[in-house]
Design a protein around this ligand. Structure first.
Ligand code: FMN
Length: 166
């Protein structure tokens, strides 16, 4: 076993690669703003608390979408399914085309969820925490609806599927 070297110069490229070793799912965070769907794909979704029910998503401080989205009364968070690879790329691409052709539902409060998602949460903004070059967005969950299927897995910049060993 080799010891971790101390005083490393933590090069952002190497750090990004190391962080990418940790496999995650991907969610779509979205709401209707001025009559249009606004949102993005995020792999930083994490469950945080059961009481109160909280989840978090870390967004780049330079995100142009979050300032437009953060004033919405409710946000939809959809856990993407394994067939959502192309949709996920679309949701992180050019803003005007992010939701083109994507089957979605807008609830009465403006939360947008993807119809074929594994889990669909309706959330409101609970707290924002500055975290370096990101902002940790804590969301309070108000409702959840479960679908069927398998999750999209994001690992080392690519998509995969979950393979169960037992
Ligand atoms: C698989 C995947 C995961 C992503 N996860 C995040 C994330 O957790 N946080 C984030 O700020 N952006 C994430 N992005 C990038 C956003 O989807 C989006 O491209 C980015 O926020 C730039 O768009 P914006 O300026 O409209 O916010 C991810 C993109 C992909 C393809």
């Amino acid at each position: 076993m080799t010891l971790l070297a101390t005083n490393q110069d933590l090069d952002p490229v190497a750090l990004r690669r190391a962080f990418g070793s940790f496999p995650t799912g991907v969610v779509a965070l979205a709401a209707e703003v001025d009559g249009h769907p606004v949102g993005l794909a995020a792999s930083s979704f994490t469950s945080v608390s059961l009481d109160p029910p909280l989840v978090s998503i870390s967004l780049a401080a330079g995100s142009r979408t979050w300032p437009a989205l953060r004033g919405a009364p409710r946000f939809g968070v959809t856990v993407l399914a394994d067939h959502h690879g192309a949709v996920c790329r679309q949701l992180s691409g050019p803003v005007a085309a992010r939701f083109a052709g994507v089957p979605l539902t807008v609830d009465q409060a403006g939360a947008i969820t993807l119809d074929e998602g594994l889990e669909r949460f309706s959330c409101s903004l609970y707290r924002e925490v500055e975290a370096g070059d990101h902002v940790m967005v804590l969301l309070r969950v108000h409702a959840v609806d479960s679908g069927a299927g398998h999750p999209l897995v994001f690992h080392r910049s690519g998509f995969g599927r979950l393979e169960r060993s037992a």
